[in-house]
Design a protein around this ligand. Sequence first.
Ligand code: SAM
Length: 163
Amino acid sequence: MVRESEIRAGEVAVEKPLAKDAGLVFIGRIRTPWTSRLKTPRQGRHDGPVCRLEIFDPWKPALKGLDLYSNLEVIYWLHLSRRDLVLQSPKNDGTTRGTFSLRSPVRPNPLGTSMVKLVGIEGSTVLVRGLDCLDETPLLDVKPDRCEFTPLAPPQDGDFETG
Ligand code: SAM
């Protein structure tokens, strides 16, 4: 069940430390059809609506070569999430699970990731299908899907020894 910001039966919030490092920059803004968390899909679908990644200056040149890939990983900041829950009740039925065992948007660093299909690139806007975030969600990064990379060389004996 989708939440706004309420605490549910059995859930536990903590006093969270002040954020003071990492220093992320938003490289763009995501435009989607969804303006309510209650109506936003829990996970994106590749047959979902076309959404737009609007890339801010000065990052537009960073899109060069992206059109070589059909599957992208999009990383975004679920900016309206609360960040202080350690135990959560996804079904709002009093049973709880730890935050790190969930893909809930409620987490200390509310990163969201989606594997999306590239539909096209128009100037500084990337069109994709497969997102699940609110309109105006801040964009952190775009990468080709790692499966589209061929390893440079097959692993050799000893490559994974930890000594
Ligand atoms: N696919 C991502 C992941 O697995 O990391 C996000 C999954 S999360 C379950 C998706 C939900 O987060 C949506 O259904 C919506 O309720 C909520 N959400 C979407 N955009 C948000 C935002 N900008 N701030 C807070 N919550 C958001």
